[in-house]
Every structure is written in C-alpha cells, then in structure tokens.
Design a protein around this ligand. Structure first.
Ligand SMILES: Nc1nc2c(ncn2[C@@H]2O[C@H](COP(=O)(O)OP(=O)(O)O)[C@@H](O)[C@H]2O)c(=O)[nH]1
Ligand SMILES: [Mg+2]
Length: 221
C-alpha cells in the first residue's frame, strides 16, 4: 500500500461487518492505490482490523451503502477514485486494468461487469433484477451496460461535481444516470465475481433486496 502523495488512486471500500473479508481484500490492493475503508457502524471489529492492516479508515455514522460510498468519495484525495465491495467477491488486484480507460483519458467512468466464477456467487433474483435495471437505464439514458457493477472508477473532481444525493442503495445507479445526463463517456469492462466471504447485507436478504429495488426506482422516477 502507498501513501496519499504517491497514490494514483483511492479505492473506496464500503464496509459493514466485513471482518472475514478484510484481510484478503486489503492484501490485494495494487501498487499505486490506497484503500479507504468506510466503516458504517460495524460491530465485528472491522474498523480496528482495517486500521491494523494499514488501510485508511473513515467512519460514517449514517447507515446506508450510499452514505458509506459518498463519505469515501469526500475523504478521497487522489485524482482517480474507485469503488469496490469489501466482501471479497471482487478482486482489487484487477483495478489497474479496470481503471486504465479513465487514467488514459479514453473514458470518464468505467464499470466492471461481473462474471460469476461459481454457482451461488450471484443469486438469480439479483442477476435478473440487475438485468432489468440495465434495460431501464438504457431506456432512460441510452447508455448500454450489461451490469450495474459495484466496481467502478472515475475522476474524483468530476464524481464530486455530479452532486449525488442518494445515500442508500440507489447511489450506484444515480452515479451512472447523472454521469450519462452530463454526457460522460461510460465504458464497461469485465471482472470475476466470486462467492463473498461472510454474510450478504443487500441482495442476500429480503429486506436488503426490497430496499435496493425501492431506492433504484426512486432514482429512475
Ligand atoms: N457502509 C455500509 N456498507 C454497506 C451497507 N450495506 C452494505 N454494505 C457494504 O456494501 C458492500 C455490498 O454489500 P453486500 O452485502 O455484499 O451486498 P450484495 O453484494 O448485494 O450481497 C459490502 O462491502 C458491504 O459491507 C451499509 O448500510 N453501510
Ligand atoms: Mg456483495
């Protein structure tokens, strides 16, 4: 891991009780990237563990995936900012390749489409919901994406200028909708999607799924 001055990018990792996943995730941070773990009131010692493992830890008391992601964006200092789940389902080591189009100026935002590596990595309802969402996004904005993947990279100042307001599960969708409305060049690449470590907070639960559907509808309304 590198300090902020030499870092090419800050990697925002929203974290709610991910002690099981943190050692692997933080062990996979590529050179030139700094991990910014945003703890959202974990009760399993995630924050202390992340600190011990050398990550920068930001505390966001307001619950919600978007609240955590946005606190990470506000705390970031590097030119490039990436987002990635902190559950060991996605490999931070893939970041340099994912970030390349933004770094090189060919795109303003890159999203990584998830390719499941095993049965059970991606529950069917989540996969179908995601596909429906991609279709709605295309109808609404004209942007063609095959997945609204959680691993993505953009420029810090431009991301801030989007003025994102969602603080729950609509955040990743609002980012793409506003970027599309602002005329950003949006690119899609691929990443491996593994079965997560620990328990799912969103699509693995009824409550989380319902909230995600509700929040995303609001964004597209
Ligand atoms: N900070 C914060 N992180 C969250 C919250 N809900 C989920 N996360 C994190 O967001 C990421 C995605 O959540 P996850 O449970 O993997 O959702 P799934 O991939 O749909 O099953 C994980 O890193 C979680 O720790 C929340 O309310 N606050
Ligand atoms: Mg996950």
């Amino acid at each position: 891991m590198t300090n902020s001055l030499s870092a090419r990018g800050d990697l925002v990792l929203p974290c709610l009780n991910e002690a099981e996943a943190l050692p692997w995730v933080l062990g996979r941070i590529p050179d030139g990237w700094r991990a910014v773990v945003v703890d959202n009131g974990s009760t399993d010692g995630s924050a202390a563990l992340a600190e011990r493992l050398g990550a920068r830890v930001v505390h966001e008391p307001r619950r919600g995936f978007g609240a955590a992601c946005h606190a990470g964006l506000l705390a970031a200092e590097a030119e490039l900012v990436a987002f990635c789940d902190c559950d060991a389902s996605l490999d931070p080591a893939e970041l340099p390749r994912v970030a390349e189009p933004v770094r090189g100026g060919a795109a303003d935002l890159v999203l990584a489409r998830r390719l499941p590596t095993a049965r059970g990595a991606w529950p069917l309802h989540a996969r179908l919901g995601n596909r429906a969402l991609a279709r709605m996004l295309r109808r609404r904005t004209g942007v063609r994406l095959r997945d609204l993947g959680p691993m993505r990279v953009g420029r810090r100042e431009a991301l801030l200028a989007l003025g994102l307001t969602d603080r729950r599960s609509g955040y990743p969708l609002q980012m793409v909708v506003r970027a599309a409305d602002a005329g950003w060049r949006i690119a899609e690449t691929e990443v491996a999607y593994r079965p997560r470590a620990g328990k799912s907070k969103v699509t693995g639960t009824w409550r989380g799924t319902w909230q995600a559907v509700h929040d995303m509808r609001q964004v597209l309304a």
